[in-house]
Ligand binder design. Structure first.
Ligand SMILES: [Zn+2]
Length: 250
């Protein structure tokens, strides 16, 4: 780290649990953020400000006026531009030292496997179950930790699925792939703006902890937020022995 980096990251370096060593781990790390919307915006902005050396942002969508109420990486001037590229501009303005790869594409299983294999941590910031399950399958197959967040209306949830832990559940253990979930889109249901910030920032915090190997992650716990009453509920979540995604893993 040069002098400018020592200054930029000084408030991390001052923390006993992080120090120079932890900060260097972040600088050497690669985070994959899938979705550059409400959750992906704050998550990626904190990963960038905190100095994660390489961030790959994936989103096939373009910035729409209705996104700006909560998707804080985008601006009015960038309406119509690809979200991944728009967020990349914001991250580069926050921290020009890091590398940000912006991919405007809809990822299938094969592409996800490729992208997940290159990452140290994966943040699921998408808004549909099909993609969530595809991301989970790729993370379980590659043995990469997955930080999952979701927000709808006034409700949020966040958890970590870490296949490296041994005996930890995967996303599919909690939300089976064959279960019929109503895929409620933000476009029709509404989302209370700051809740995506709360949950996205928590995803960033969990990802940074995983990258540095500090503290205890949310693996095995699901945190649920009722934003209307501002109450958190933490529930323990276990592995489903019959889960078709992870049952044959150790
Ligand atoms: Zn599972």
């Amino acid at each position: 780290m040069d002098d400018s980096q020592l200054l930029r990251y000084s408030r991390h370096i001052l923390l006993d649990q992080i120090g120079i060593e932890g900060q260097q781990k972040l600088l050497d790390a690669h985070a994959l953020v899938i979705g550059a919307g409400g959750l992906g915006s704050p998550a990626a902005m904190y990963l960038a400000s905190a100095g994660v050396g390489h961030i790959t942002l994936v989103d096939d969508d373009t910035v729409d006026l209705t996104n700006l109420q909560r998707q804080i990486a985008h601006t009015t001037q960038r309406v119509g531009q690809p979200k991944a590229a728009s967020a990349r501009v914001t991250l580069a303005q926050i921290n020009p030292d890091i590398t940000v790869t912006a991919l405007q594409e809809r990822v299938d299983d094969a592409r996800l496997a490729e992208l997940v294999a290159r990452a140290d941590v994966v943040l699921d910031c998408t808004d549909n179950f099909a993609t969530r399950h595809a991301v989970n399958r790729a993370c379980v197959a590659a043995g990469k930790p997955l930080v999952s967040g979701a927000v709808i209306r006034f409700d949020g949830q966040v958890s970590v699925f870490d296949p490296r832990g041994g005996g930890q559940p995967c996303y599919s253990c909690l939300f089976p792939q064959d279960q019929k979930f109503e895929d409620v889109a933000c476009s029709t249901m509404g989302v209370f703006a700051p809740l995506v910030g709360v949950v996205g920032a928590m995803q960033a915090a969990e990802a940074l902890k995983l990258l540095m190997g500090i503290g205890q992650s949310l693996a095995g716990r699901l945190l649920m937020l009722d934003g209307l009453y501002m109450e958190w509920t933490s529930i323990g979540v276990g592995r489903n022995g019959a889960c078709p995604v992870c049952a044959d893993k150790k």
